[in-house]
Design a binder for this molecule. Sequence first.
Ligand code: GDP
Ligand code: IMO
Ligand code: MG
Length: 441
Amino acid sequence: MINTVLVGAQWGDEGKGKITDLIAHDYDYVVRFQGGNNAGHTVVHGDTKLALHLMPSGVMYDDVVPVIGNGVVVDPGVLIKEMAMLSAEGIDCSNLKISADAHIIMPYHKDLDGADEKSLGANKIGTTKRGIGPCYQDKIARKGIRMQDLLDEKIFRLKVKTALSQKNPILQKIYGLHTYTVEEICEEYLPYARILRPYIDETTELLNAAVREGKSILFEGAQGTLLDIDHGTYPYVTSSSCCAGGAITGTGIGPKRIDRVLGIEKAYATRVGGGPFPTEQHFAEDGGVGEEAEVGETLCSVGHEYGVTTGRKRRCGWFDAVVGRYAVEVNGLTDIALTKLDVLSVFDTIKVCVAYECDGERYEYFPQQQSVLFHAKPVYEELPGWKGVDISGCRTFEELPENAQRYVKRLEELTGGRISIVAVGADRDQTIFRDWYRDEN
Ligand code: GDP
Ligand code: IMO
Ligand code: MG
């Protein structure tokens, strides 16, 4: 049985939802291990695109158990709405298991997320304002409220009372925001508790028992390598471990149980929110001119690059092989799924960043110094395109135009990774599996 960790290898939105949904039926369990409803994963259900924020993408199959692991932060109201949306689409959520140890996003976390961002002014991170950072702050400070606390009204009230004794003065005195009463919060959250109670479980034991029985698990990452709290472009990151290591701490499964680490990479790059992005092709409204603005706009419009969670226009740029190499290393990627290759069919030539230059120095590796990264100028290699050829119908690697094959192979050389899956459209079947992928399953 192949246990697979699936992670974003760039700045998020690489197409993790599509690939998870595509391969989920090979697994018995699909587990989210970090992040919360800052994630927006798109899956295609019949003719409709569905956006999943908290529910593991494996929910689309009846015989796959979706699990929300201990490393996730859960906004119960959002989860309940998502379950209702899925039920209305005829998708059964009754198998869902939620870790009793997962932390709960409280109303004041969302207020503090917004207020923090406001106070940072021009240096703001551009968070999704879903309360993710403040909830993880409380977790690390050992002040969080967890799903298991919802199971006992007395304990929940007590924890809320303690939390408010610290949060209310901060909300009021530092940010001039409204405060909360215990009653107000209980009125909202205790009904959530009644709905979610049947799903709250001991997921670490459940998953380890599954491993003992030879069942297989797909660990579904959210966000991406460059948004990881340790390995990303700090402080312009999210507050969790989005790299492969997060799958271990976020579920309680030992590292030797993992057989495959699949990194999802877009055939170009995007980023939402602030922070360095060396290959960015600025839009005209952000100061881009001429070819740069044209490339940025083209990637955005052809690739439909708008945030699933916030609706924000995603910043767009060429594929960055320095980032690619880094992602292969920090995640130990055994395989890569390259998505949205079809989007590049509109270009005469396609650029790939092979290194950075800063102050006369060449960087072949991802620099850890923020100041270098901010001033890094990409060194590009230009590859011939396959302009005008519709590749969305290709189902084998050999069917792709020669230049598209060459592009994929060049990315493998530059990143040191093995591209085992190529996506040529949003639908499940618009996908190419390289020969070895199925053989190794
Ligand atoms: P995630 O957060 O990594 O799951 O990615 P998102 O769902 O936020 O963004 C990826 C978008 O690209 C979604 O709208 C997908 O439907 C779409 N998509 C995924 N793979 C492909 C592909 O190969 N080609 C095209 N054209 N669209 C794709
Ligand atoms: P998926 O799973 C892209 C970004 C935000 C912001 C930073 C911190 O769909 O790939 P946060 O609200 O997490 O504190 O914001 O991280 N961000 C994402 N960008 N895709 C995501 O998720 C993201 N989740 C958070 O834009 O820059
Ligand atoms: Mg997304």
